[in-house]
Write a protein that binds this ligand. Structure first.
Ligand SMILES: Cc1cc2nc3c(=O)[nH]c(=O)nc-3n(C[C@H](O)[C@H](O)[C@H](O)COP(=O)(O)OP(=O)(O)OC[C@H]3O[C@@H](n4cnc5c(N)ncnc54)[C@H](O)[C@@H]3O)c2cc1C
Length: 336
């Protein structure tokens, strides 16, 4: 549909700015939200009027997300009071709403005591502080939540069932990062191919061979993505999305590494849009050095490549699971 709208000359909804809303919050609200919640949130999310962010990761809970310590305690009005610290929160400085997971019952094993909420980022208890990355900009932030009030009407899914809801977000996140529809010779490989055509003076046989191999792998990834999207139209994404995200991260790092090497000293320059990126700029409009540095985060964000390999091993290949010693222990009794 996006492709048709673009072809007809319609303005887009700035997907780069609202990626978390479109890719993660919307599918979760569609699956678990009440009619009222869908009515309130989906339209301004899609038009880009309201930006969303994702308050999941914490200083002590990244790959082991279910260990999170942010607490949500019932208040006297039937709502919730939330206290805790989140980290690596992309776009928190732009966001009106956040999808948030918090611990509502510390006395049960970690996966069972979590609930899923929508948090108003304009609440006075929400403090957003920028975190500067290797690229120089601060796409993400740390977020401190102090006595934040959330009405119960902003809960998605049952109390204590937040982990199940979060799985929907995470599966969609991997598809949103790794499964973006790109045209043939689009995205990162398209930029590398343009460099190759523009700079015959820098060509070597070895770099040519490597570019061709990366081109073929990008094409395989693109076609696999098409198949994944066909599967998706039949329902929710499964572990296949993790495979796509894994392949995307490796390719993005290899292609951006190739580009820096090919461009020689020109590859060492990069735009440093200190702290905040100007509106409307995506990775293709930047210097090769920026792409190289930014791609480092691709194998961390949305689940690290090591963790995604575990998912593929266990859920796709059916290999024996990792030993999990804390599965049946109450969260409050886990060593921290
Ligand atoms: C650019 C970027 C944007 C992000 N945006 C957001 C956001 O908007 N919202 C949000 O909530 N989070 C966000 N994150 C956080 C991201 O989800 C976490 O960084 C990620 O889940 C890893 O957690 P961690 O950083 O705590 O690393 P850790 O979990 O501490 O991992 C450290 C290392 O140990 C390895 N490791 C951990 N467990 C295992 C295991 N079981 N088997 C093998 N290896 C393992 C990891 O692969 C990694 O190499 C973002 C991160 C980045 C880089």
């Amino acid at each position: 549909m996006d492709a048709e709208l673009t072809a007809a000359g319609a303005p887009d909804n700035d997907p780069g700015r609202i990626g978390i809303g479109l890719g993660m919050a919307a599918p979760t609200i569609l699956r678990f939200g009440s009619d009222e919640q869908k009515q309130r949130w989906l339209r301004p999310l899609w038009t880009g009027e309201e930006v969303w962010c994702q308050l999941f990761s914490e200083p002590g809970a990244g790959s082991d997300l279910a260990a999170l310590a942010t607490r949500a305690v019932p208040d006297e009005e039937g709502g919730w009071v939330v206290d805790g610290q989140k980290v690596w929160t992309s776009s928190a400085h732009l966001a009106r709403w956040a999808i948030l997971i918090a611990r509502t019952d510390p006395a049960v094993p970690k996966h069972r005591g979590i609930s899923y909420f929508v948090c108003d980022m304009t609440d006075p208890g929400v403090e957003v502080r920028p975190l500067r990355q290797i690229t120089g900009e601060a796409e993400f932030n740390e977020v401190f939540l102090t006595g934040v009030r959330i009405p119960d009407a902003h809960r998605l899914g049952g109390i204590g069932e937040g982990w199940k809801v979060a799985q929907t977000t995470l599966m969609n996140e991997r598809v949103a990062i790794g499964g973006v529809r790109i045209p043939r010779e689009g995205g990162m490989i398209g930029v590398a191919a343009e460099d190759w055509r523009a700079r015959p003076d820098l060509r070597t046989h070895e770099l040519h061979q490597r570019l061709l191999a990366l081109w073929v792998e990008s094409e395989v990834a693109r076609l696999t993505g098409e198949r994944l999207r066909q599967q998706l139209s039949q329902g929710q994404p499964g572990p296949e999305g993790s495979g796509m995200k894994l392949a995307f991260a490796r390719l993005a790092q290899e292609i951006s590494g190739w580009e820096v090497e090919f461009l020689a000293e020109d590859g060492l320059t990069y735009d440093d849009w200190t702290m905040r990126r100007p509106d409307g700029v995506d990775f293709t409009g930047r210097e090769a050095g920026y792409r190289y540095l930014r791609a480092k985060g691709n194998s961390i964000e949305g689940g690290t490549s090591e963790v995604l390999l575990n998912i593929v091993a266990e859920r796709v290949l059916g290999l024996p699971p990792e030993p999990r010693t804390d599965k049946d222990v109450a969260w409050k009794d886990l060593p921290r």
